[in-house]
Design a binder for this molecule. Structure first.
Ligand SMILES: Nc1nc2c(c(=O)[nH]1)N[C@H]1C(S)=C(S)[C@@H](COP(=O)(O)OP(=O)(O)OC[C@H]3O[C@@H](n4cnc5c(=O)[nH]c(N)nc54)[C@H](O)[C@@H]3O)O[C@H]1N2
Ligand SMILES: Nc1nc2c(c(=O)[nH]1)N[C@H]1C(S)=C(S)[C@@H](COP(=O)(O)OP(=O)(O)OC[C@H]3O[C@@H](n4cnc5c(=O)[nH]c(N)nc54)[C@H](O)[C@@H]3O)O[C@H]1N2
Ligand SMILES: [Mo]
Length: 733
């Protein structure tokens, strides 16, 4: 797979690529003259990065002076984060030129100096090729942090370069743990759905309305107003809990016990759908047996939810049809995360609310469309290459997380420090890289520093992460890029962007141009993101970039997938066209045959969390979403948001506060068995129950909550860290 490039050829192709203008010449609609007034369209990328909420903007020449809601976009309301993105676009601290370090790693001052794209590309490409020759392709790690938009071309770059060490924030953490649970149960991911006209009960599983576009919460309120009953499963008294008919306020990480308790009642009172369970599920008998012990009283003891509420919830759920929403990263982030998720989701199967009107739909997307790479076609990443069993087994994560390795095309990077120690990874190619995603970030930062070479593309220079690297590249911001198009299921929205400021380039362009240098330009669309988008869209009948661009501000459709209910009866759910689900048994699996194969308990059973101790008696939910904070971002990037909250704030229940003499607004210190003290300000609130602390991560220095976490304790199935499990204590500063 090695492509031989002479130094001269490398130089020439790099120079060629670097010469290409930053705006796409092929289909570009925007080439404004200085005084032209025009309207542009893009998406906010402030939350769970990806084309989410539509932004319509007004520009004069290449300067945006006003933004508004993009009415025709399915997500057409902006929140505080969206409105503040203009401050980020014109933030004077933006990274606008490629930079390289001039002082050795470990120096206090890396001595960053500006370099040309040509030099950056030449250096990076020659390092990539030399590292592959010396240590093999897998020693070059490709990575995308929370940014999901750049992922498709980076994965393509990794594939043509020949490295299976393709890691992302979703393989380090985030919602993919839940996604894995869904796939084990149903054979396909299913995040849940909004209640339909026939839905009677809506179960909101560990989902915080502040993590969603505003439209989502409006949808919940509308459902409530038309009489849909709401069951909210959350340890905190969130907005969704406030409006719930039943709030199951369980202890963190006890979801599998709660689900077993509810199932116990459904079976005992003969409320479950026996016919569905017998025909379309696998392992129910074993699960029913497991649930026998979970009487309401026993379940109450484990979960902290009163026994009568468990019974009430079961009876309400049985009044369905019902549907759930399960978007959380929080369920993924304890040591029983996948099993807890699986257990909650199986409540849908037990009641037979599967792909029926008012129940949980199983949408079938247009052929080839990939939901998770934001509207892209599978040919872009070449799944056959990633799924090759030998390549998969040779991947760096195969020993540590065999189930994850078997199921997912992204490699789990949580053993990165060990990989570096063992000489398995030598070079890092990153987009949107934040070392503070991990528990004990210093361990990771040091490992990055030890690499032979590393680079990252970002909107901003982030010393905490970037000072461990050799080159940083300026990434064009959401207002300045064409790719990817917005995809809302099978609905597609194009963009009409500004030209990037300074020498910033689209992430897609960076990945594609690097591809042109280390591989063949024809495999990388001559480095042009719009050509690439057009190629993707033409995979769908009657679609092209031009079609969607010219219909702006309207949003268009891809050809529709399979429609209708009970698609498992017709064979539409399986690649072989047989009735059933795409699991090993062909049915929805209470007993996962994949887990069994890897020696993991096949049933979605309960496992206790790390014990609380006298010294550390409080459970820390390290990462509850707030409306104006996203991860490590939206701090100084968007000063409006800093005005709302300028430091780490923790939620503490009045009982716990009183016991510690803590009052609203007090400075407090958090400690755990693994680190601290971490400085915070206290909000005394019943949002959290007694015994639980809520807080955000992403603050740095002495407010960095990741220093309280441990690397040692993980979900064995995903290898994810347990951000929501670690016991802490809090005292007045
Ligand atoms: N404003 C804002 N929006 C965001 C983000 C952001 O940082 N800020 N991040 C984005 C990203 S990357 C993601 S992954 C999503 C995450 O989105 P969500 O998962 O919806 O957000 P969280 O607030 O982290 O967690 C949801 C709820 O899970 C509860 N919870 C915690 N532990 C448990 C448990 O063990 N069991 C149960 N049943 N509930 C539990 C928490 O109390 C919380 O209310 O949000 C996205 N949107
Ligand atoms: N304690 C704790 N830890 C957590 C979580 C938690 O809840 N609690 N949540 C986990 C979850 S769900 C997630 S998603 C991760 C967050 O994952 P992280 O990767 O930590 O996410 P961010 O800090 O949002 O972004 C990383 C960097 O990407 C840059 N960036 C943003 N957009 C772009 C872009 O389009 N292109 C480029 N090139 N760069 C960009 C930002 O400037 C930032 O420097 O953290 C995980 N870690
Ligand atoms: Mo996430």
């Amino acid at each position: 797979m090695t492509v031989h490039l002479t130094r001269r050829a490398l130089f020439e192709s790099a120079a060629l690529a670097a010469l290409a203008p930053s705006a796409s010449p092929v289909f570009a609609a925007t080439d404004p003259k200085a005084d032209d007034e025009w309207t542009g369209y893009t998406f906010c990328d402030s939350c769970n990065h990806g084309p989410h909420c539509g932004i319509k903007f007004h520009a004069r020449g290449n300067t945006c002076h006003r933004i508004e809601n993009w009415a025709e976009n399915p997500n057409h309301f902006l929140c505080s984060k969206g409105w503040a993105t203009l401050q980020r676009l014109y933030n004077p601290n933006r990274l606008l030129y490629p930079m390289k370090r001039t002082n050795p790693k470990g120096s206090k001052d890396p001595g960053w100096v500006r370099i040309s794209w040509d030099e950056a590309y030449r250096t990076i490409a020659s390092k990539m090729i030399a590292t592959r020759e010396k240590y093999g392709a897998d020693s070059v790690m490709f990575y995308a942090g929370d940014p999901k938009e750049p992922r498709a071309p980076i994965q393509r770059l990794a594939r043509y370069f020949g490295s299976s060490t393709w890691c992302t924030e979703s393989s380090a953490a985030c919602r993919s743990g839940c996604l894995l649970g869904e796939t084990l149960d149903f054979g396909v991911e299913n995040i849940g759905s909004a209640p339909g006209p026939k839905t009677k009960v809506f179960m909101i599983c560990a989902t915080n309305c502040w993590s969603k576009p505003i439209g989502w919460w409006n949808m919940v309120l509308a459902a409530k107003a038309r009489g849909v009953k709401i069951i909210t499963v959350d340890p905190r008294r969130t907005k969704a809990a406030e409006i719930a008919d039943v709030h199951l306020q369980l202890k963190v990480g006890t979801d599998a016990a709660l689900a077993a308790g509810i199932t116990h009642v459904l079976i005992k009172e003969n409320l479950y759908d026996r016919a569905f369970v017998e025909k379309w599920t696998h392992g129910f008998e074993a699960y029913a047996k497991y649930c026998e012990a979970f009487t309401p009283e026993k379940t109450a003891e484990i979960t902290g939810v009163p026994a009568e509420k468990i019974v009430e919830a079961a009876r309400l759920w049985a009044q369905g049809p019902g549907v759930y929403i399960s978007t959380p990263q929080s369920l993924s982030h304890n040591s029983n995360g996948v099993q807890n998720t699986r257990a909650l989701l199986m409540l849908i199967a037990t009641m037979g609310y599967v792909d029926v009107e008012g129940g949980l739909p199983f949408p079938i997307l247009p052929k080839g469309l990939l939901l998770h790479a934001f509207g892209l076609h599978e040919d872009m990443i070449d799944p056959a290459w990633w799924n090759d069993p030998e390549r998969r087994r040779a991947r760096l994560d195969s020993k540590a997380v065999p189930v994850w390795n078997y199921m997912m095309d992204q490699c789990s990077p949580n053993d990165f420090p060990e990989w570096v120690e063992e000489g398995k990874v030598k070079m890092f190619c990153g987009w949107g890289f934040n070392v503070n995603i991990w528990p004990q970030p210093e361990t990771y930062r040091k490992a990055f520093e030890k690499l032979d070479f590393g680079f990252a593309a970002d909107y901003f220079y982030r010393p905490a992460s970037h000072d461990a690297l050799d080159i940083i590249l300026p990434a064009a911001i959401n207002y300045e890029r064409y790719a990817p198009f917005g995809a809302y299921g099978a609905r597609v929205a194009a963009r009409r962007p500004l030209k990037p400021l300074g020498e910033a380039k689209e992430d897609w362009r960076i990945a594609l141009e690097l591809g042109c240098i280390v591989d063949k330009p024809e495999n990388f669309f001559e480095g042009d993101p719009v050509k690439c988008l057009d190629w993707i869209l033409r995979k769908f009948d009657g679609c092209s970039w031009e079609k969607f661009e010219t219909m702006l501000p309207k949003v268009g459709d891809l050809p529709s997938g399979v429609k209708g209910f009970k698609k498992y009866e017709t064979g539409a759910m399986r690649p072989d066209g047989k009735p059933g689900f795409n699991t090993p048994s062909g049915k929805i699996e209470y007993e996962s045959e994949i887990l069994r194969k890897f020696g993991v308990d096949p049933l979605p059973t309960y496992k206790p969390m790390m014990p609380l101790t006298e010294e550390f008696p409080l459970r820390f939910i390290n990462g509850t979403r707030k409306p104006y904070i996203t991860h490590s971002k939206t701090r100084r990037d968007q000063p409006y948001l800093m005005e709302i909250e300028d430091r780490l704030t923790i939620d503490i229940n009045p009982k716990d506060a009183e016991a510690r003499g803590i009052r609203e607004g007090d400075d407090v210190l958090l400690t755990s068995a693994f680190g601290g003290p971490v400085r915070a300000r206290a909000t005394v609130t019943i949002l959290v129950p007694a015994g639980t602390i809520g807080g955000q991560y992403g603050w740095l220095g002495d407010m960095n909550t990741q220093t309280l976490m441990t690397r040692e304790h993980r979900d064995p199935i995903t290898g994810y860290p347990c951000y929501f499990e670690v016991p802490v204590n809090v005292k007045k500063a």
